[in-house]
Ligand binder design. Structure first.
Ligand code: ADP
Length: 218
């Protein structure tokens, strides 16, 4: 049977991914070395098995090579997370997403061939911090160490003004790449378009420039 995804490690993060994928109708193979976790997920995932994912033979027996995308969500046991990732790269899995516990772990995972490394606690912490600074910052997505994209509610400071009036590129070195208005999203906003208070601006820039923008305009 073809399964769409495998989730290894059913802690808070992996468990949540498994539940969400399953509720979206995806076929999910759930793997954990802990029997209690497997009992918890046997009626949620299409298939849930007790297994040690650092064991290549076991993963092969489970047919992991037929799965295009495997998510490794082993948290505290960094060694098991790294070994599992090595096994998966050896088995030529097309897409391997791994949760990193810290920056060193992230570096190693990138080196050994993980296709996508996620750092949920750190990223969520950053997003929430920006939202705490200003409730108009709806989301904050890191693109690299120095660049990010912010989703910003226009609010009273920008309402009634145009992008020409605000001159965001010259003043703050940031680019407004899109404006969301309700359900519509305008991906090439005109410079003379009048911004409304509840519009949402998608702004890209260097973190230091976004920070100045946030302090003055948000
Ligand atoms: P979180 O921080 O997301 O809650 P945890 O570290 O609590 O993550 O959970 C990780 C899960 O991974 C646990 O359920 C644990 O049993 C499982 N796990 C750890 N090592 C292995 C392994 N070698 N093979 C399979 N599952 C593992």
């Amino acid at each position: 049977m073809k399964r769409d995804y495998a989730v290894i490690g059913l802690g808070r993060f992996g468990g949540s991914i498994c539940k969400e994928l399953s509720s979206e109708g995806m076929q999910v193979l759930a793997i954990d070395s802990d029997e209690d976790k497997i009992n918890e997920f046997k009626n949620i995932a299409s298939h849930a098995v007790i297994a040690d994912s650092t064991d290549e033979a076991t993963l092969k027996e489970l047919g992991i090579r037929n799965i295009d995308h495997v998510i490794v969500a082993i948290g505290d046991n960094i060694q098991a997370s790294i070994l599992t990732t090595v096994v998966l790269t050896d088995l030529n899995i097309k897409m391997i997403t791994v949760k990193a516990q810290n920056d060193y772990h992230e570096k190693i995972l990138n080196r050994i061939g993980a296709n996508q490394v996620v750092h949920p606690e750190r990223d969520m912490g950053k997003r929430i911090a920006h939202n705490i600074i200003s409730s108009n910052i709806l989301d904050y997505l890191e693109l690299s160490d120095d660049y990010s994209i912010a989703e910003v509610k226009a609010g009273s400071k920008m309402s009634g003004k145009t992008l020409i009036d605000l001159d965001i590129r010259a003043e703050y070195g940031c680019n407004v790449v899109a404006i969301k208005q309700g359900k519509d999203i305008n991906v090439s906003p005109a410079a003379d378009e009048v911004i409304k208070g509840d519009d949402i601006l998608i702004v890209i820039g260097a973190d230091k420039d976004l920070s100045r923008f946030e302090k003055h305009l948000v």
